[in-house]
Design a protein around this ligand. Structure first.
Ligand SMILES: Cc1cc2nc3c(=O)[nH]c(=O)nc-3n(C[C@H](O)[C@H](O)[C@H](O)COP(=O)(O)OP(=O)(O)OC[C@H]3O[C@@H](n4cnc5c(N)ncnc54)[C@H](O)[C@@H]3O)c2cc1C
Ligand SMILES: *[C@@H]1O[C@H](CO)[C@@H](O)[C@H](O)[C@H]1NC(C)=O
Ligand SMILES: *[C@@H]1O[C@H](CO)[C@@H](O)[C@H](O)[C@H]1NC(C)=O
Ligand SMILES: *[C@@H]1O[C@H](CO)[C@@H](O)[C@H](O)[C@H]1NC(C)=O
Ligand SMILES: *[C@@H]1O[C@H](CO)[C@@H](O)[C@H](O)[C@H]1NC(C)=O
Ligand SMILES: *[C@@H]1O[C@H](CO)[C@@H](O)[C@H](O)[C@H]1NC(C)=O
Ligand SMILES: *[C@@H]1O[C@H](CO)[C@@H](O)[C@H](O)[C@H]1NC(C)=O
Ligand SMILES: *[C@@H]1O[C@H](CO)[C@@H](O)[C@H](O)[C@H]1NC(C)=O
Ligand SMILES: *[C@@H]1O[C@H](CO)[C@@H](O)[C@H](O)[C@H]1NC(C)=O
Ligand SMILES: *[C@@H]1O[C@H](CO)[C@@H](O)[C@H](O)[C@H]1NC(C)=O
Ligand SMILES: CC(=O)N[C@H]1CO[C@H](CO)[C@@H](O)[C@@H]1O
Length: 576
């Protein structure tokens, strides 16, 4: 070795030593490291949390040697695609691709004798029932320099709720729900008037909350899903909803958080105390600033609503003309208070469009039908099929609960692409046409559908004055567009990579070119975009970085792509 390199290496080494002795270790302790806690230390931890420490395993491991179990494997096979079954297990994620490392084969479709690796599933899990359990877990992970992960339901589309070699804090069992008409944030002035709200434990899932709200004749802002968590990644990521254009983003209506932070203390964050943490928790993303133990959400009276249903099928040219016309109407639908979802199915023999729009606190079905009437008549033809209806529903709360089936599709391998589309773009003369041009170009390579989430505009835009960490692009948006690409368990690793790279480099490239200055929703987006800081948080990223440094200087909490993740490798194991 030439002396120059020798010197370089030696000085680099010295520098490293200096850094590690004055700050934190370079890498986390993994089960293979000498610094991994001893079995008696794990046993003591288990005792402190009253026996709630579990060994976590990939859900497919019961179908493989040497852990094969015929009955458990039959159960796994039956329930493989159920998000509630996956949510009930510490090793279950909604996307199998976030459980299994690409070259490992822990599937129900692979042979019993093929190796089932631990993949990205944590080693141990604390099935917390109290904030104290969580404090114990955070302190243990910090003291032993462990990779810490937080799992609520495992729905994260970007894989943030699993982490290789980690100790998991699992919030699933924290199910308390308390409605009140007189919520006053801790620390507020005596004159502050109370308001209607609900305080929920970290593990409450949306269907449970919709049920409680319906029974209390109330509504609240949340997603259209049964098993997504109400207090975890959803609300901390901003939380979009069909009720958003009526009452704002989910996080706009989060009044108070209780959080176990990196030093192990349990703190309150609201408008009156720890305001920087409160700012960051409303849109800064889950898994980053602490473990939220409970959150208080504003509630609203139950109201009637009108829903508009549209079903359109036609040969491709006619279909895409219709779609362009439809997007020209989206601003008018938004101005009339409309929100909701439309689905664009690209499957042969003919593309099909389905829409469900919500008009909250409205009762006049003729007024709603009148908004769509010109579109409906312009697009009716002898080659298309159109069904349009508007219906009056007496209770929005009852409708939401009754439409939720209790579980969602899970157990697949997929990644998403998505983009927030601005009101300005949709209002522009050529915007709708350009958007449809891209949708048409992407359709042949499309697994099933595009979804247009009409969850912005209205109160979401009007709430631009709220100072929170949410991506400012949400305030300018009129729609959140998503699509996904999947693969099979036995798709070769190289082919999987070709699919994910194509989304990032080709397909998202086309979508982003429509409006380079917009962004994306951090909970439903391409996990591989290198520009994630700007895309998910825009100008808020710098301030988020400062809050992260203040509350968690050693990065006890880490996920990817999450605030501060540029300091770590992709799995959050070694600093870069
Ligand atoms: C079927 C389906 C429907 C969806 N519908 C909607 C929708 O209508 N609107 C919408 O906005 N989004 C929707 N989403 C996206 C959803 O918001 C995200 O998947 C979100 O991450 C789920 O949060 P979770 O806590 O349930 O999941 P998890 O995967 O368990 O957690 C997500 C992230 O939050 C962290 N986290 C979880 N709990 C805590 C906690 N207590 N404290 C700190 N960090 C925590 C995790 O570490 C992880 O980083 C949907 C997703 C699916 C799969
Ligand atoms: C923790 O203790 C409980 C009850 O004593 C036991 O059932 C469980 O297996 C222990 N967990 C681990 C990881 O050993
Ligand atoms: C998968 O690849 C990783 C990284 O290359 C390697 O460490 C691991 O042993 C592989 N697992 C299997 C089952 O081949
Ligand atoms: C697994 O079992 C099949 C037959 O059931 C056999 O052909 C194959 O060689 C086995 N593979 C390993 C790795 O043992
Ligand atoms: C909800 O409304 C129904 C019908 O108006 C009423 O009978 C019921 O008592 C109300 N429930 C609550 C908790 O206010
Ligand atoms: C909507 O259109 C599809 C495709 O033409 C058809 O199969 C379906 O039954 C229609 N649904 C309704 C509610 O009209
Ligand atoms: C519903 O609309 C009426 C006016 O039409 C308004 O007075 C009332 O406050 C609204 N209710 C809610 C909960 O928005
Ligand atoms: C409902 O809307 C229609 C069409 O805009 C209007 O003519 C009618 O007067 C409205 N009905 C009520 C009760 O407001
Ligand atoms: C549809 O209508 C057009 C014009 O009215 C006509 O030329 C065409 O033949 C019709 N197509 C079918 C399939 O009936
Ligand atoms: C990449 O995406 C484009 C647009 O959807 C598609 O035409 C092309 O076939 C894709 N390539 C691969 C390798 O998937
Ligand atoms: C949690 C869950 O969905 N469990 C189901 C697994 O499959 C069996 C058989 O269909 C059902 O009875 C369980 O409810």
């Amino acid at each position: 070795m030439r002396p120059i390199f020798q010197t370089l290496i030696t000085s680099t080494f010295l520098l490293q030593t200096a850094i590690t002795t004055t700050s934190s270790p370079q890498c986390r302790c993994l089960p293979s490291s000498p610094c991994w806690p001893t079995s008696s230390e794990w046993a003591a931890l288990n005792q402190t949390v009253s026996g709630k420490l579990l060994a976590a395993h990939p859900v497919g491991s019961v179908c493989h040697d040497p852990t094969y179990d015929a009955a458990a494997c039959a159960d796994a096979t039956t329930n493989w695609s159920s998000s509630s079954w996956r949510g009930d297990r510490p090793g279950g994620m909604v996307g199998v691709n976030w459980e299994v490392t690409r070259n490992e084969t822990c599937y129900i479709t692979t042979q019993r004798n093929s190796t089932c690796g631990q993949g990205r599933i944590p080693v141990y899990s604390i099935a917390a029932t109290t904030p104290e359990d969580i404090q114990t877990g955070v302190n243990f992970a910090r003291t032993h320099n462990l990779r810490l992960s937080i799992k609520n339901t495992g729905h994260d589309f970007l894989g943030r709720s699993a982490a290789k070699g980690s100790l998991q804090i699992w919030t699933h069992a924290m199910k308390s729900i308390k409605l009140t008409d007189d919520f006053r944030p801790a620390g507020c002035s005596p004159e502050k008037k109370g308001e209607s709200a609900v305080t929920i434990g970290a593990g409450v899932q949306l269907r449970e909350l919709y049920k409680a709200a319906m029974e209390g004749n109330r509504t609240f802002v949340a997603g259209f899903a049964s098993t997504v968590g109400a207090a975890g990644g959803y609300i901390q990521g901003g939380g979009h909803s069909a009720f958003g254009p009526w009452q704002g983003m989910g996080s706009d209506n989060a009044l108070e958080f209780r959080v176990v932070v990196a030093d192990g203390s349990h703190v309150i964050a609201n408008e009156y105390q720890n305001t920087d943490l409160y700012w960051a928790l409303r849109g800064g993303g889950g898994g980053t600033f602490g473990v939220v133990t409970s959150v208080t959400l504003r509630t609203f009276p139950d109201v009637p609503m009108v829903i508009a249903l549209y079903n359109f099928t036609a040969p491709a040219d006619e279909y895409y003309n219709f779609l362009t016309d439809f997007y020209n109407y989206v601003p008018a639908i938004s101005d009339a208070g409309g929100s909701g979802y439309h689905f664009m199915f690209n499957n042969p023999p003919q593309p099909n469009f389905k829409l469900t729009n919500f008009f909250l606190n409205q009762t006049n079905t003729s007024a709603v039908s009148a908004i769509y009437a010109p579109l409906v008549s312009a697009c009716k033809s002898n080659t298309s099929e159109t069904v349009f209806q508007s219906l009056l529903l007496p209770s929005a709360a009852t409708f939401m609960y009754s439409r939720l089936t209790g579980t969602e599709l899970a157990g697949y391998n997929a990644v998403l692409g998505s983009r927030l589309i601005s009101r300005t773009f949709m209002d522009s003369e050529t915007g709708p046409e350009k958007l449809v041009h891209v949708l048409r170009a992407l359709a042949p390579n499309q697994g099933s559908e595009f979804t247009g989430h009409q969850v912005a505009g209205g109160k979401v835009a009007q709430n631009a004055h709220i100072d929170s960490a949410i991506n400012p692009a949400w305030r300018r948006a009129i729609m959140h567009l998503t699509f996904h690409r999947g693969w099979y368990d036995d798709t070769p690793v190289a082919a999987q990579e070709a699919i994910t790279k194509n989304i990032t480099n080709v397909e998202m490239g086309m979508v982003k070119a429509l409006e380079p200055d917009m962004g994306a929703y951090l909970n439903e987006a391409d996990p591989n975009d290198e520009d994630w800081q700007k895309i998910f948080w825009g100008d808020n990223y710098e301030r988020l970085g400062a809050v992260k440094k203040e509350w968690d200087p050693q990065d006890v909490f880490m996920c990817y792509p999450c605030v501060g993740a540029e300091r770590w490798d992709r799995e959050g194991i070694c600093r870069v």
